[in-house]
Design a protein. Structure first.
Length: 226
């Protein structure tokens, strides 16, 4: 085999297959990183994770669940108490209002249950498309592909999207990967991004998957921020 052949970059179909295979080898059964016991506690935990680490959320939620761990009880807790319980998560005033508001809506409009419907989830206070997608995939096992900063970065480095925005990245990934892989692949990419292909730890030329997809790449891959 010549040097030129050895260093030839993979085409897109080959990159998709390589990414699937490598991530499955590394994370065959990726756990959900946010501690929860049901769809409601997952919904609240995902809401809290905005601009906050999962580790911090997992430290905060036990104290919040002592106040209330279901929408019926949570809607009765003063917003000020919710805010105090979650103050170390960042954006606590807005998140506290959202938790109180969505709990009230869940009781009044959904019988106290988190709806397994992405449009209904997106109508809840503080719940955007990404949060709704996480709940759909992780709580209800309905195929979805939530895109966070890790996934947005990796998809660009691996040549799977142009990275114009997270919406485009989500559409591109859904088009490239079989639906049955979406839920696990979302988690696998998050774990890989944190462990091997972080914003500063890899520039598109260092980690195993970046090198595997683009063995001929010599310069750092610039990525667009979401």
């Amino acid at each position: 085999m010549t040097i030129e052949t050895e260093s030839k970059n993979l085409n897109k179909a080959e990159r998709v297959e390589f990414v699937l295979q490598r991530l499955q080898e590394l994370y065959p059964n990726p756990p959900i990183p946010l501690d929860h016991k049901d769809p409601y506690t997952l919904l609240v935990a995902v809401l809290l994770s905005a601009q906050c680490t999962d580790e911090r959320v997992n430290l905060v939620t036990p104290g919040l669940w002592e106040l209330a761990d279901n929408p019926y009880d949570m809607m009765k807790v003063p917003v000020s108490e919710i805010q105090e319980a979650i103050r170390s998560c960042g954006l606590a005033p807005q998140k506290a209002k959202a938790i109180a508001g969505l709990s009230k809506i869940l009781v009044e409009e959904h019988g106290g249950q988190v709806p397994a419907d992405i449009a209904a989830l997106e109508r809840l206070p503080g719940v955007g498309h990404k949060t709704a997608s996480v709940v759909m995939s992780q709580a209800f096992k309905i195929p979805a592909f939530p895109v966070d900063t890790h996934i947005h970065r990796l998809a660009q480095r691996w040549g799977l999207t142009s990275g114009k925005n997270v919406q485009q990245t989500e559409r591109d990934l859904k088009r490239l990967f079989p639906k049955e892989h979406w839920n696990s692949l979302h988690l696998q990419m998050i774990y890989y991004g944190r462990e091997f292909c972080s914003a500063r730890g890899c520039d598109g030329t260092r980690c195993d998957i970046c090198r595997g997809c683009y063995p001929a790449r010599k310069k750092p891959k610039l990525v667009r921020k979401p």
